[in-house]
Write a protein that binds this ligand. Structure first.
Ligand SMILES: C[S@@+](CC[C@H](N)C(=O)[O-])C[C@H]1O[C@@H](n2cnc3c(N)ncnc32)[C@H](O)[C@@H]1O
Length: 309
């Protein structure tokens, strides 16, 4: 959803853009091309991603600074670097992470059970499946993966311990899921792999910590854009935005003419709002984008703008 990201960000003042998930630098390159009066703070916790971003963004010289870190440390990193006019979070796993077998993110390759975005961190998928209790494994597969066979899968994982590779895990999952259900809804290991990856990388707690700090960093008229691919992430973003906009006291008033078609922009009027929510409903990718990139299918983009203090 690069076009939507750039269009929404274009309306911010000059200053510092903070990209908490620079990945390979795709959005960053488009944003840096679009405006000359932005500096760019490019954060990612994956050193391979930063290498790729450094190479792709080299032509922008000292307009870009790279930091390997967890985006939950956003406030600390951005702290004294000037006025933050935009924050971009493009959540989840990247295509290069999924496509490199040795990272252990993908159920379609045989690899050690790793799944760490930051390989300096201690918790791996092997530790989760081999050392967590059966109840805890079931609960995270149910919660993060929204998998209805979570209990059966957890039981089978524990029965087969130790599991060493992604193939061992796929086999445990496949055995646990009844045959008719295995034939529906994509690869049977998809939801469990997602759940374990989210646990290994603390994805939901990190998002909450990052969001709670981010709104206070934004300058007047600065914008925060979040692209989520999982309903739990999107719910967290939505709830934070509503809270910053004044919570339940807000009375959404849809403008009579929407400024941009399909956007359903809305101004949430409240007495003490920190932000104006610019996407009442999340923006979704167009069918053409989904057919070009299946991973875009679940993307939801939300944007809020810091109110003038
Ligand atoms: C979907 S990709 C981003 C792609 C990027 N927007 C681009 O255009 O190339 C997500 C990236 O966010 C990083 N990431 C995910 N969670 C993170 C976190 N909590 N802190 C820092 N980086 C994170 C991942 O390592 C990955 O490189």
């Amino acid at each position: 959803m690069s076009r939507e990201v750039v269009e929404l960000m274009l309306e911010t003042p000059a200053g510092l853009l903070v990209d908490g998930t620079v990945g390979g630098g795709g959005h960053a390159a488009l944003l840096l091309e679009a405006r000359q009066d932005w500096q760019y703070l490019a954060i990612d916790r994956d050193s391979d991603a930063l290498l790729a971003a450094r190479s792709r963004l080299a032509r922008f010289g000292d307009r870009v600074e790279f930091v390997q870190s967890e985006f939950a440390n956003l406030a600390e990193i951005a702290g004294d670097r000037g006025k933050v006019v935009g924050i971009l979070l493009d959540l989840g796993v990247s295509s290069p992470q999924l496509d490199r077998p040795e990272r252990g993110f993908a159920y379609r390759y045989d690899a050690p059970l790793d799944m760490r975005m930051d390989t300096r961190c201690g918790l791996t998928a092997a530790i989760v499946v081999n050392e967590y209790s059966e109840e805890l494994i079931a609960s995270l597969i149910m919660h993060n993966g929204e998998e209805r066979f979570a209990r059966r899968i957890a039981r089978e994982i524990v029965r087969r311990r130790p599991l060493l590779t992604t193939t061992d895990l796929v086999e445990a999952i496949t055995t646990a899921i009844p045959a008719p259900a295995r034939r529906r809804g994509g690869h049977p290991a998809k939801r469990t792999f997602q759940a374990i990856r989210m646990e290994v990388n603390r994805e939901l707690p990190n998002l909450v910590e990052c969001l709670d700090e981010s709104v206070h960093l934004l300058a007047d008229k600065g914008r925060i854009l979040v692209l989520a691919y999982h309903s739990l992430e999107d719910r967290i973003v939505k709830e934070r935005f509503v809270k910053w906009a004044g919570g339940d006291k807000s009375t959404p008033q849809a403008p009579s003419k929407l400024p941009v078609d399909e956007r359903q922009l809305i101004d949430m009027q409240t007495d003490e709002r920190l932000v104006r929510i610019l996407t009442r409903k999340p923006l979704r990718p167009k069918p053409a984008e989904i057919s070009a990139n299946r991973r875009a299918e679940n993307a939801r983009l939300r944007c809020a703008e810091r109110a003038v203090s």
